[in-house]
Design a protein around this ligand. Structure first.
Ligand code: SF4
Length: 269
């Protein structure tokens, strides 16, 4: 409990949330749901989806409960694909670096493939590189990246423990949303990359990434708070750090998301 309180206090202090937040929101919620007899997310839902399609929120809603009550008894063979594939991942990054499959190649400075621990159990996915990312060749740098670092620190994690990537690898002009044909083209790299990483859990950051991966047109607010499935991998959705910088009032909700993510992740390990 003291550790949880420390996480909360650290995060609230770091991101500047001033208003009080219940330290026990998620625990109380879990207790309430347990008392109501709601069922947990069935492990088989997580392990029996082997096609490449992400299940729509509506289709999975009946099998999904509040995140605070998840029981991720994922079978040990879920991350069955060998994780010692950093060579393969590096090779894939080299191949992607010269990609000209879509028009985003015309104005980019470089392909921003991904960064982090290739053996990570947790992968964060954003939408596309921004200006700083395009210049530095690394996802989530600049102010949004710094906020992500603080969010991770509040969860007791560092970048060396996770992997960070985007659905689209080149910067859209003026940071516009990626177009459907660009997303489709870049899916070539996206799917191979995730297949090589084969994490135990995925966190989608922001509306565009969530809608893209989940193949949904629902707004982010509707997509939050439920677990999804990507080829047997549990998927969670929360705000993009860049959005939180523009809308600091959502930081408390983001912390609730991260608590649920952390709770689910800890049950996997
Ligand atoms: S966005 Fe993806 S598909 Fe388009 S050029 Fe860049 S790497 Fe290739």
């Amino acid at each position: 409990m003291a550790e949880s309180k420390q996480f909360v206090e650290t995060y609230l202090r770091e991101i500047g949330v001033q208003t009080p937040v219940s330290l026990f929101t998620s625990e109380q919620s879990a207790s309430d749901q347990s008392a109501s007899g709601q069922s947990n997310l069935r492990p088989e839902i997580l392990v029996q989806q082997t096609d490449s399609k992400v299940h729509s929120p509506a289709a999975d809603a009946s099998a999904i409960t509040s995140p605070a009550k998840q029981n991720f008894e994922v079978k040990a063979d879920v991350p069955a694909v060998a994780k010692s594939v950093s060579g393969g991942l590096s090779d894939l990054a080299v191949k992607a670096s010269t990609c000209r499959l879509c028009s985003l190649s015309q104005e980019r400075n470089q392909v921003v493939f991904g960064v982090g621990n290739p053996d990570a159990d947790l992968v964060f996915i954003g939408e596309a590189p921004g200006r700083e990312e395009d210049l530095q060749g690394e996802p989530f740098v600049g102010r949004a990246g710094q906020l992500l670092d603080r969010m991770l620190a509040a969860m007791g994690m560092g970048r060396n423990e996770i992997y960070i990537m985007n659905t689209v690898k080149c910067r859209p002009p003026n940071n516009r949303d990626p177009k459907p044909d660009e997303v489709q083209a870049c899916n070539l790299w996206f799917e191979q990359q995730l297949d090589m990483l084969r994490p135990k859990m995925i966190c989608l950051l922001g509306r565009v990434a969530a809608q893209t991966v989940l193949k949904s047109d629902e707004p982010l607010g509707a997509l939050r708070g439920r677990w999804y499935d990507y080829q047997g991998i549990p998927v969670w959705v929360t705000y993009h750090p860049a959005y939180l910088l523009r809308s600091p009032g959502q930081k408390q909700k983001s912390w609730q998301d991260l608590q649920a993510l952390l709770s689910g992740f800890q049950k996997l390990n």
